[in-house]
Ligand binder design. Structure first.
Ligand code: BJW
Ligand code: ZN
Length: 264
């Protein structure tokens, strides 16, 4: 993609860095699509005939905790088998290159961290953790290959929610479901980053889920400019400054390289 929009957007990135300004990124499921992780609202977003909106709710978990748990463990399996892609790596390179950068993600897959990003603000939780319903502690789930991992003695051990290692209470996925409030500290960090951003990169999100999608308006209201990277038009396309069409794994490295960030 070598059109005017890309060049203008790259110029805004370059300028923000030259001025020692602030850059933020908001990522969604599309940034992990090229790693083979299905998006929520895409055609592969279905699992056993359920849509994500039918599984990612406290009511669904109350009704059938094992069903919801198994959906998360299926997704976690995909994530553990996946590798970070060029878009995750480009964002890690941007963090290394520019101090005033904050990466905010709606994703729960941990692929940004695996690509080398160290300061990741997770708005919707993390699929590798379970949280105790009794004492509130979030603990990382065992990895395959740990003595305690999902397969032990040939038997799957991840088909039911585990007990809390601290108090033996019941646990749930450490995820923010529809109707639940976002964790306070990450939300504050994300809001502050969007408010002070000279440039906000909005990558691979349908911008349909709030309050995350509202960060776009926070940046625009603060006088910052917004660059959207997505192969499709989204709910935000009409209000962003530049909408760059294409897969994040192609467009983001091209944009950042044109903006002066050395490739990963
Ligand atoms: C590519 C690509 C490639 C493909 N490269 N791109 C204001 C207005 C209206 C509604 C609300 C509002 N405020 C709150 C609400 C209610 C609700 C909400 O937003 N509903 C909307 C659906 C209308 N929000 C909430 O309930 C939130 N809580 C809250 O607001 O609390 C206060 C409150 C409490 C009580 C009552 C009211 C308010 C919580 C939201 C939690 C979202 N949780 C989920 C699931 C859990 C995580 C998990 O299981 O993994 O988070 S939902 C799901 O959507 C997931 C995602 O993080 C989130 C966003 O989806 P995302 O990432 O945008 O994915 P997709 O699939 O939608 O889009 C993928 C995009 O990628 C597409 O555009 C593709 O084109 C693109 N793409 N290939 C680049 N290669
Ligand atoms: Zn506990």
């Amino acid at each position: 993609m070598t059109d005017n929009r890309l060049n203008e957007a790259a110029q805004a990135v370059r300028q923000a860095m030259a001025d020692d300004g602030w850059i933020a990124a908001l990522t969604g499921a599309g940034v992990s699509a090229e790693s083979g992780i299905p998006t929520f609202r895409g055609a592969e977003g279905l699992w056993r005939g359920f849509r994500a909106e039918e599984l990612a709710t406290p009511e669904a978990f109350q009704r059938d905790p094992d069903n919801v748990w198994q959906w998360y463990m299926w997704r976690r399996g995909l994530v553990l088998d996946a590798q970070p892609n060029a878009a995750h790596k480009a964002l890690a390179a941007l963090e290394r290159h520019h101090r005033g950068f904050t990466l905010v993600t709606q994703n729960v897959d941990g692929l940004h961290q695996r690509a080398g990003s160290e300061r990741v603000v997770e708005l919707h939780g993390n699929i590798h953790h379970a949280r105790c319903l009794q004492c509130g502690r979030a603990a990382r789930l065992p990895e395959p290959g740990d003595g305690d991992g999902p397969v032990r003695d040939g038997e799957r051990t991840d088909m039911e929610t585990p007990r809390c290692p601290q108090c033996d209470g019941s646990t749930r996925p450490h995820i923010v479901w529809f109707g639940e409030t976002l964790p306070q500290q990450p939300w504050r960090q994300a809001h502050a980053a969007a408010a002070s951003a000279d440039v906000l990169l909005v990558i691979g999100t349908s911008a349909a889920v709030y309050p995350a999608a509202g960060l776009i308006d926070v940046t625009l209201a603060g006088g910052g400019r917004v660059i959207e990277i997505n192969p499709q038009a989204t709910d935000a396309s009409e209000r962003v400054t530049w909408a760059l069409r294409g897969p994040a794994g192609d467009v983001l490295p091209e944009l950042l390289q044109a903006g002066g960030v050395a490739p990963a």
